[in-house]
Design a protein around this ligand. Structure first.
Ligand SMILES: NC(=O)c1ccc[n+]([C@@H]2O[C@H](COP(=O)([O-])OP(=O)(O)OC[C@H]3O[C@@H](n4cnc5c(N)ncnc54)[C@H](O)[C@@H]3O)[C@@H](O)[C@H]2O)c1
Length: 309
């Protein structure tokens, strides 16, 4: 396996994936498609493959790639700003971009691993969430991801011998996310506030809990998903939830400061107060084992951020 197509490869997860594939398979041919709406060229420093700068939702993959024999497609491209108001623009590009990937790959039986999202589980969860939990999208972004899952399921029924595997990532964090600005992880944003000497700003009362997963684990599961025994979605998390108060405590300790939280009103009705990935299926069927607990991952991330200045 050495010929990969990665959509959204200039983004946070996509670029980490591309660089990991390149390191793991030095002879690989990697093609990246990205339109840089939220990605950044600097994320692909060191990339030695072919970059197609285009909006996937309008790209004719047959015309561009013809019979190029890809061994796998990793689909990461997506509008990732969950606050976008233009529902048509968001849903159109997310769903139609994926449809084009599926049309191209299904015909050639090229396995597809695509980015779904834990946002599909909505705001009503109180315990570890299994993949079979009915989706309750609370914003247009999450709704678009439910459509990706529906489309993948419909196509995989039609072509049962072909693999279309969804990765439901929880809150990813780690090196390579700084270009996301306000959409970067809360861990990164709180770190930025605290190294500037400012009090970390969170929503009251800081006891909301999230499953934060380190980027290396996300990349590992995404690659592993190519070996999935069936077409379906898999959770990708650390398997633990951590509260915002606990994150701030770890950051205070790692930075050697003691900044108290400042509570600000939450303007987002779709804010998820509790997420935690049930990893039973990912462990069983993909052999996935997260290597970074949130606490260890945050300490490591701070070290790496400080090393890079
Ligand atoms: N980061 C997370 O915590 C998280 C959690 C769940 C799911 N995801 C999913 O993982 C994927 C990667 O997210 P990320 O955090 O790396 O975000 P990102 O914004 O850094 O990456 C998305 C990339 O896709 C590109 N893109 C978007 N629409 C495109 C289009 N129509 N054509 C071509 N390129 C396009 C952007 O320019 C960007 O480079 C996304 O599908 C996202 O929904 C991320």
């Amino acid at each position: 396996m050495n010929n990969f197509l990665v959509t959204g490869g200039a983004g946070f997860i996509g670029s980490n994936l591309v660089l990991a594939l390149q390191a793991r398979y030095p002879d690989s041919q990697i093609v990246v498609i990205d339109d840089f709406r939220s990605g950044d060229f600097s994320r692909l420093n060191g990339f030695a493959g072919d970059l197609v700068a285009a909006n996937l939702a309008r790209l004719d993959l047959n015309e561009r790639f013809g019979e190029t024999a890809f061994d796998a497609v990793f689909h990461q491209a997506s509008v990732t700003d969950t606050r976008v108001d233009d529902q048509f623009a968001l849903i159109h590009d997310n769903v139609e971009g994926f449809r084009r990937v599926l049309d191209y790959a299904e015909l050639r039986r090229v396995p597809v691993v695509y980015a779904s999202s834990a946002s599909v589980y909505g705001i009503g969860q109180t315990q570890a969430i299994e993949e079979g939990t009915p989706p309750e999208p609370a914003n247009a972004y999450a709704f678009s991801k439910v459509q990706l899952d529906n489309l993948a399921r419909i196509r995989s029924y039609r072509s049962p011998e072909w693999r279309v595997v969804g990765v439901r990532c929880f809150n990813a964090y780690g090196p390579g996310e700084s270009h996301k600005g306000p959409m970067a992880s809360m861990i990164y944003q709180l770190y930025r506030q605290m190294i500037a000497g400012r009090r970390p700003r969170i929503f009251p009362d800081g006891e909301q809990r999230r499953d934060f997963v380190f980027i290396e684990d996300v990349v590992a599961l995404t690659i592993q998903a190519l070996q999935a025994p069936e077409s379906r979605v898999y959770n990708c998390g650390s398997g633990e939830s951590i509260s915002f108060n606990e994150i701030i405590a770890v950051l205070n300790e790692s930075l050697g400061v003691s900044l108290a939280s400042e509570f600000i009103d939450n303007p987002y009705p779709f804010f998820q107060p509790y997420t935690e990935a049930d990893l039973t299926l990912s462990r069983l069927q993909l052999g996935y084992e997260p290597t970074w607990s949130p606490q260890r991952g945050i300490r490591e991330y701070v070290k790496r951020l400080q090393n890079q200045g």
